[in-house]
Design a protein around this ligand. Sequence first.
Ligand SMILES: [Mg+2]
Length: 372
Amino acid sequence: MTDRITRLRITRIDSAIGMVRAHGSGAIARHVGRVILRIETADGVVGLGEAAPWAPFGNTADTTAAALDGPLRAVLIGADPARIAAAAEAMDHELMGHPEAKAAAEMALWDIAGKRAGLPVHALLGGAVRETIPLSFSIADPDFAADLDRAQVFAAEGIRLFKVKTGFTSEAEDRRRLEALREAVPDVELRADYNQGLAPAEAMRVCRALDDFGLGFIEQPIPRGHETVLAALSAALATPVLADESVYSANEMLACARGAWADCVSIKLMKAGGILAGRAADAVAAAAGMPTYGGTLWEGGIALSAAAHMIAASPNMSLGCEFYMPRFVLARDITAEPFPYEGGAVRVPTGPGLGVMLDEHALAAETVAERG
Ligand SMILES: [Mg+2]
């Protein structure tokens, strides 16, 4: 029988973090702002959603909570939660942009669908092609020595991917850090992420100087909007170029494929606006021969479980993920169980829906405001 959405509970939280993250385009210290969403249905099913926006990508926790509380609440209340594609289309029709808010709402609907069916979300998406996803840790502490120590501990645990946030210190210092890491953790793949940090006019010279280093990829060296330069870098470098800020949607993925902007692309639920949109973007990438990577902003265990289900069911999402926030950065998450991680990889949840339970006390302790 058809169910319907009766309530949206939108909770703004501030979560304490245990290590500083400096990413060139903005630093995170002390806490991250997130939005936790609970969608309730007439049959008494509760779906969980989460948004963790970051202003350099377009929104804040406050603008996201407002989008959910206003226009998105208006289209979701009374709707059939099982009609996820229809809900995604209605949200896009009602409100331009705000992919973080839409992703939170859509993952809550997947959670409801999975709980009703007694199946994990990846089973609803075609079934898992992988049970684990290799985890990448980002070297982004202004105290590089602290990250160097962490890298050795994490490599011993089995992490084989490390992404260095480059471009916010000098070129010589970036090179020194990469060399120090290569020496400290010789058996791992190193990647560099400039977070748009290079000027288009200097990017070719700077990236060419790193081309002999054998990096797994160089991520978004230059600002969004300079895609002809990104394409020139891609064509010139032996190192693969990965697009992040240049590609949010399936439309932009198509432009990326047509213009040969990049060799591979980061897909984030917070950029795409949901699992359906993320998979649409990935389908375009797969058709163009570009593998994709599981990127993240500052999400915790709810949103990253949704992303893990998406990656589990998507063969082309093969470059691992950077879902390290709940395990390594948040002082504690608001989920009842720790985020599933083992031997350097994220373990794809297998419980019904997203496979995540909320810790109500932890949520209450971090709540700034609640609506609905
Ligand atoms: Mg990035």
